[in-house]
Design a protein around this ligand. Structure first.
Ligand SMILES: C[S@@+](CC[C@H](N)C(=O)[O-])C[C@H]1O[C@@H](n2cnc3c(N)ncnc32)[C@H](O)[C@@H]1O
Length: 248
């Protein structure tokens, strides 16, 4: 019997997934080296400076925001649509006494509710692939960035577009998932592996996961009007990397 793939309510699937993962997130994905290296690259490529106003889209438990604060005394707004992920981040903010540096808002990245030209930097790590309408997202980010502002996208470099029964598409995806699975098992053990293994099926069938390649992200940014767009892959994990796009 063929498994039915539900085509609707994918954003609810994603919310439920992260709500249920929140308590183990830092101990699973948070301990895997490809993720740590990606956060380091995003922070470095952001060239964040003191007093910069930064938006972190899909801030989760705060791993990227906290990394940025190690680089500069900036002001961060973190948005996420998972209550449980945000509760963990808020708890950390209070514990670390960072309430003047970081503000959290429960918000969907599909409907960014900020005035135009608000931020110097918009950053995001392994979140934006959850959005189906990438063009809409990039247009919104362009609008809320100040002139000269920078959009920094840390993402999986995996083109999952195409037909689900295309064997070449499957091979392309499995090459990237293999890197993630091995890294999960090596760095964080069986629990992290199980999480990412389960997640792999969601990527293959685009169940709340709509990864595109870094080149596809870069092309979309250029088409939206961003100037000077660059891409870089991680040295050890070629299946992830960073796109940096500057607004004129
Ligand atoms: C893999 S986690 C990444 C968290 C953090 N950026 C990091 O690198 O550790 C993805 C996060 O994006 C959030 N997310 C997914 N889709 C979203 C959406 N449409 N709007 C806002 N947040 C979303 C999830 O709730 C989750 O916290």
């Amino acid at each position: 019997m063929r498994t039915k793939i539900r085509k609707n309510s994918h954003s609810k699937v994603t919310k439920d997934w992260f709500n249920s993962w929140s308590n183990e997130y830092d101990n699973t994905l948070g301990r895997i080296s490809f993720h740590a290296e990606l956060l380091t690259m995003v922070a470095k490529q952001s060239s964040v400076k003191n007093n910069d106003k930064v938006l972190d889209i899909g801030s989760g438990t705060g791993l990227l925001s906290l990394k940025l604060l190690q680089k500069a005394d900036c002001k961060i707004t973190g948005i996420d649509n998972s209550k449980e992920m945000m509760a963990i981040f808020r708890h950390k903010i209070r514990r670390l006494k960072l309430t003047s540096e970081i503000t959290c808002k429960l918000m969907d990245a599909d409907a960014l509710n900020f005035k135009k030209e608000t931020f110097d930097k918009v950053v995001s790590s392994v979140t934006l692939h959850h959005l189906k309408d990438k063009k809409k997202l990039i247009r919104q980010v362009y609008k809320i960035l100040k002139p000269g502002g920078v959009f920094i996208i840390g993402e999986i470099d995996m083109d999952t577009t195409g037909k689900h029964n295309d064997v070449n598409r499957l091979k392309r995806i499995l090459k990237v998932l293999e890197q993630q699975w091995i890294s999960a098992m090596k760095n964080a053990g069986i629990d992290a592996f199980i999480r990412l293994y389960d997640n792999g099926k969601k990527h293959i069938f685009n169940q709340g996961e709509y990864c595109i390649s870094l080149k596809q992200w870069a092309d979309l940014c250029r088409k939206t009007g961003f100037d000077n767009v660059t891409t870089r892959r991680l040295l050890r994990y070629k299946g992830s990397g960073v796109v940096v796009a500057k607004k004129k």
